[in-house]
Design a protein around this ligand. Structure first.
Ligand code: UD1
Length: 431
C-alpha cells in the first residue's frame, strides 16, 4: 500500500494548475447513458474515482475512448447491462448516479445499495422517494435497489427535497430530462457541479431552467443527442492548495480556476490574514512569513462554506493564533481526522458536531492514517507544517480525489514523496 512521506517546515511558493472537478466530471460522464450518441468530455481529472466510473460505464456496455490529452468519448448506443454491481458501488458511492439516467432511458435499473461510509450513514432515500414520485417502482432486494417504470417512461412531478442533496439533485435532473412532461425540483442543490451537469445536458438538447437556483424546472424531451463539454475546475482541489499555502506562510498562484467558485473559502482565508487576489482565471494568495489567525467555520450547502473544505480549515486553525470553532452541519461523523491531528500535537475538543480548536505554534510529525478523501488532504497539509517527517498511510483515499498531489506540492517546494511498502523496505535495507 502506498504512503506519503512529508518533511514539514518549509513554505509553499509557486504555481499550481487546477484540475477538472471530480464531482462535476462524474455526473457528466454518467450523463452519456441518456443518449445513443457520443458525448465528448474535456478537462477530466486523472483520479481513481474517474477510473471507477469508466469501469462502471464499461460494465454497463458503454464504449469509452480516452485520448492522450485525457479527453474522453463516451457512447452508450448499446448497453449490455442495467446493473451497477456492489464491487464498484462500494468503492464509490457516486455510482448511485446511474439510477436516474438508466430509469429515464430504459425504464429499468439495478444499483447496489451503498453501505455506510467513513463520514456517516449517507442514505439515498431522497433519491428513491423522488424517483417513485415520477412513477418508478422501487424495491430493495438482496442489497440491491431494483427500480422499474411500469409504463416505460417516467412522468414529470413536483419534488420537494427534505434536505439539500447534491447527487440527489443530479440524479433527478438526469431522470427528468427524458420524462414525460414537466418536473420541478424544489430545495435543489445549487452547487456549481450541478450547474455544470445542467449545462452539459442542455448542450445535449435538454430543456432546463433555474440550475444554480433552489428551484429547477425541467421540460422532458423525447431524446437527447451527443455533445461536447468541458468540465469546470475543481474548487475543492483549489481550496486545498490555498489552505496549504496559508498554513505554511507561503505564496501561491492558482491557474485555471474560474471566478465565483470559492467565495466562501476565500472570505475565510481573508479573515485568517491572507492577502488573496482573484483574477479572471487565477487566484494569488500571499501569506509570506505570517501565522494565520483562528477563524470560525460552519459548513453549509453552496454558496455556504463547503463541507469538503472543513478538514483543511480544521488544520489551519490547529496552527493558528487564537481559538476557533468548526461546525459540521452536513455530515455526521466527519471528524475522523481530529484524532490523527491530536496525535500530532493539535489541541482540539469535540462537542457533538463542533470542534473547538486552540491553535498551537507547531505540530510534530507522526505516522498517521487517512480515513476518507478530505481527511487525508488535511493530514497531508498537517505534514507540511509539522516539524519532522510525517508518514501518511492509506493514501488510496487521496488518489480518489487529488490529481498528482505530490507532484503539485513538490513543484511548490514541498518535501514530499510517495513510497510503496516494498520501496520503503528497500530504503530501510540500504540505510
Ligand atoms: C456530494 C459530494 C460530496 C460533498 C457532498 C456535500 C459528489 C460525488 N459528492 O455528496 O463531495 O461532500 O455532496 O456537498 O458530488 N442525505 C439523505 N438522504 C439522501 C441524500 C442525502 O439523508 O437521499 C443527506 C446526507 O446523509 C447528508 C446530506 O443529505 O447528510 C447531504 O448529502 P448529499 O448532498 O447528498 O451528499 P452527496 O451527494 O453524497
Amino acid at each position: 500500500m502506498d504512503k506519503l512521506l512529508i518533511t514539514g517546515g518549509g513554505t509553499l511558493q509557486g504555481e499550481v494548475r487546477v484540475a477538472g472537478a471530480k464531482n462535476a466530471a462524474l455526473p457528466v460522464l454518467i450523463a452519456a447513458l441518456l443518449t445513443d450518441q457520443t458525448l465528448r468530455i474535456r478537462n477530466i481529472p486523472h483520479l481513481r474515482d474517474i477510473t471507477t466510473t469508466l469501469e462502471l460505464l464499461g460494465h454497463l456496455g458503454v464504449s469509452v475512448q480516452v485520448d492522450e490529452k485525457l479527453e474522453i468519448e463516451v457512447n452508450a448506443a448499446d448497453l449490455a447491462s442495467r446493473c451497477a454491481p456492489y464491487e464498484l458501488v462500494k468503492t464509490m458511492r457516486a455510482s448511485i448516479l446511474v439510477l436516474g439516467p438508466l430509469l429515464a432511458r430504459f425504464g429499468q435499473a439495478e444499483v447496489s445499495l451503498p453501505g455506510g461510509c467513513a463520514i456517516g450513514s449517507r442514505p439515498v432515500d431522497l433519491h428513491l422517494k423522488a424517483l417513485e414520485k415520477m412513477g418508478a417502482e422501487v424495491s430493495v432486494e438482496a442489497g440491491y435497489i431494483k427500480a422499474r417504470v411500469p409504463g416505460g417512461r417516467l412522468c414529470g412531478a413536483r419534488i420537494i427535497f427534505d434536505m439539500v442533496t447534491v447527487t440527489g439533485t443530479e440524479n433527478l435532473l438526469m431522470a427528468a430530462v427524458l420524462a414525460q412532461g414537466r418536473t420541478v425540483l424544489e430545495n435543489a442543490a445549487r452547487e456549481p457541479e450541478v450547474v455544470d451537469l445542467a449545462r452539459c445536458l442542455v448542450n445535449m438538447g435538454a430543456r432546463i431552467q433555474g440550475a444554480g437556483l433552489d428551484t429547477i424546472e425541467i421540460e422532458g424531451v423525447d431524446a437527447l443527442s451527443g455533445a461536447e463539454h468541458t468540465v469546470i475546475p475543481d474548487r475543492i482541489e483549489a481550496g486545498t492548495y490555498l489552505v496549504a499555502a496559508a498554513a505554511t506562510g507561503g505564496r501561491l498562484r492558482l491557474r485555471g480556476i474560474s471566478n465565483g467558485l470559492l467565495d466562501a473559502v476565500i472570505a475565510k482565508l481573508d479573515e485568517a490574514g491572507a492577502a488573496v487576489m482573484v483574477g479572471e482565471q487565477e487566484i494569488l494568495l500571499d501569506m509570506t512569513h505570517k501565522r494565520p489567525r483562528a477563524v470560525n467555520v460552519r459548513t453549509a450547502p453552496f454558496p455556504g462554506f463547503p463541507t469538503d473544505m472543513q478538514a483543511q480549515f480544521l488544520l489551519l486553525n490547529a496552527i493558528a493564533e487564537g481559538t476557533a470553532t468548526v461546525t459540521e452541519s452536513i455530515f455526521e461523523n466527519r471528524f475522523m481526522h481530529v484524532q490523527e491531528l491530536q496525535r500530532m500535537g493539535a489541541d482540539i475538543d469535540l462537542k457533538g458536531n463542533t470542534a473547538i480548536i486552540r491553535g498551537v505554534p507547531h505540530l510534530s510529525a507522526a505516522q498517521v492514517m487517512a480515513t476518507d478523501l478530505r481527511a487525508s488532504a488535511c493530514l497531508v497539509l498537517a505534514g507540511l507544517v509539522a516539524q519532522g517527517q510525517t508518514v501518511v498511510d492509506r493514501i488510496y483515499h487521496i488518489d480518489r480525489g487529488y490529481d498528482c498531489i505530490e507532484e503539485k506540492l513538490a513543484q511548490c517546494g514541498a518535501d514530499i514523496c510517495r513510497v510503496s511498502d516494498g520501496s520503503q523496505r528497500r530504503l530501510a535495507a540500504v540505510r
